[in-house]
Design a protein around this ligand. Sequence first.
Ligand SMILES: [Zn+2]
Length: 73
Amino acid sequence: MDPQVEPVSYFCGDCGMENKLKPGDVIQCYECGYHMLYKKRTRRIVQYEARRKNQAKLDSVLACSFVSYFRTC
Ligand SMILES: [Zn+2]
């Protein structure tokens, strides 16, 4: 089996920038350096990418897929 993994998209909890991370990568926004990222749950979320004014929407839609150094869900 080929062990290669695909990057997973996450959204920054601060600026909303989309980050693509692979398992083992540091959880940190490469736009602003924020350490809390939200995992993208559905493709529909893509339309919210990198829009600061939509951060509140992201927070509510992705509240339970919160990812950080401390797993909460
Ligand atoms: Zn950011």
